[in-house]
Design a protein around this ligand. Structure first.
Ligand code: NI
Length: 381
């Protein structure tokens, strides 16, 4: 589908407006208002979901078929902009340093194009402008409001500064790691350091745990699964001659396979209990499931590859990232696919001098509009 110069220039203006007016997670009030205006100016229906921020729109094709969704995240970060752009943030201390302004206008552009080509759609395209990705709560809040009801599959992207414009990174299964947090408290009995047989020493339990826990990755995980278990904080004791009554460990686990994500906390808990009991103590194991794996469904790999090739953009194998992304929540309910969009930026995500090449807007608009047509056609077959 052809992106006219007129549409592209309009989207660049809108992106610069959003860049000048970034808003933090769940505070995207002005962005939401602007999106509603822009959608209605283009005769695109906004669905009546009761959302404080974020917008759900829909384009109904002229042919019968299922509903698929395209999602863009719309929030910014608490970072003071240092990029030398002619349209810097006017909201001091807040910056679109992850390129969500680019995601927003690209998906808006795809919606505008699709609305003009409803005759080519075998079904409906739901457009999800999602708040609060940066705090990993936006996707979940929309799922709770029912925005995935009746949706067969969902597609999304993240810009990728280290890929050139016109390059799209595709990889089935784990693309972005799950992010989980834990707190483990080893409880013993405190007492005199010179009389340890009257104590149960939690420092010894915790010390064994810190070294043994790495054996879960090395000895218990499938060779073809991978994970990082990092213990990042140890707290216990406050002087040289007293054995404390407890030691608290904190840390994080990252992995790319949902199976590994399920197995690791069970193994970690089992090890913690057995070490604590082995030394006569007890343990409290607190697991905080933060973000699932961005787990791309192989069933859509071919249609995505064919879309990229058909538009004569460059298809590359996506390099996975250990950063998390809350698109993963949608994929725990319905199949989805998330891609890298090359933007040729000078810095990585969340950098105060983050910037991108706006030529990528044209690529992203054409990609999502064409993908929607192709994916619905695939479902119709
Ligand atoms: Ni981001």
């Amino acid at each position: 589908m052809h992106v006219t110069d007129e549409l592209l220039h309009d989207l660049i203006d809108k992106r610069r407006y959003l860049h000048e007016h970034p808003e933090l997670a769940f505070k995207e009030v002005n962005t939401t208002k602007k999106l509603k205006d822009w959608l209605s100016e283009n005769d695109i229906a906004v669905l009546p979901y009761d959302l404080d921020t974020g917008v759900i729109a829909e384009i109904k094709g002229e042919k019968e078929g299922p509903t698929i969704a395209i999602r863009a995240d719309i929030d910014a970060l608490p970072i003071k902009e240092e990029a030398a752009v002619p349209f810097p943030s006017k909201n001091n201390g807040v910056m679109h340093a992850c390129g969500h302004d680019f995601h927003t206008v690209s998906v808006l552009g795809a919606a505008i194009l699709l609305n003009k080509h409803r005759d080519r759609l075998y079904g409906t395209v739901r457009i999800i402008f999602q708040p609060a990705e940066e705090i990993a709560q936006g996707a979940k809040s929309l799922v709770d409001k029912g925005v995935l009801e009746g949706v067969k599959a969902i597609f999304g992207m993240h810009n990728k500064p280290d890929l050139p414009v016109g390059t799209i990174g595709v990889k089935s299964e784990g693309l972005m790691a799950s992010v989980d947090k834990f707190d483990i408290t080893f409880n013993g009995i405190g007492g005199h350091a010179g009389i340890p047989h009257h104590t149960i020493d939690p420092i010894v339990m915790a010390s064994h745990y810190v070294t043994s826990v790495q054996s879960i990755v090395a000895r218990r995980l499938d060779l073809f699964h991978n994970a990082v278990v990092s213990i990042t904080s140890i707290n216990g004791g406050n002087t040289w001659n007293v054995i404390p009554d407890k030691v608290v460990l904190q840390g994080t686990v990252r992995t790319f396979q949902p199976e590994a994500r399920d197995a690791i906390p069970r193994m970690m808990k089992q090890l913690a209990i057995s070490i604590a009991e082995g030394y006569g103590g007890t343990v409290e194991f607190k697991w905080d499931a933060y973000l699932p794996v961005v787990n791309n469904d192989r069933a859509y790999e071919e249609v995505i590859q064919n879309t990229v090739k058909g538009l004569e953009y460059e298809l590359v194998d996506a390099e996975p990232s250990a950063a998390g992304e809350d698109f993963a929540f949608y994929q725990t309910y319905i199949p989805g696919y998330f891609v890298w969009m090359g933007v040729d930026g000078p810095n990585e995500w969340h950098h105060p001098e983050y910037d991108l090449n706006e030529d990528a807007i044209k690529v992203a608009v054409a990609f999502f509009a064409t993908l929607a047509v192709n994916a619905l056609e695939q479902e119709a077959e």
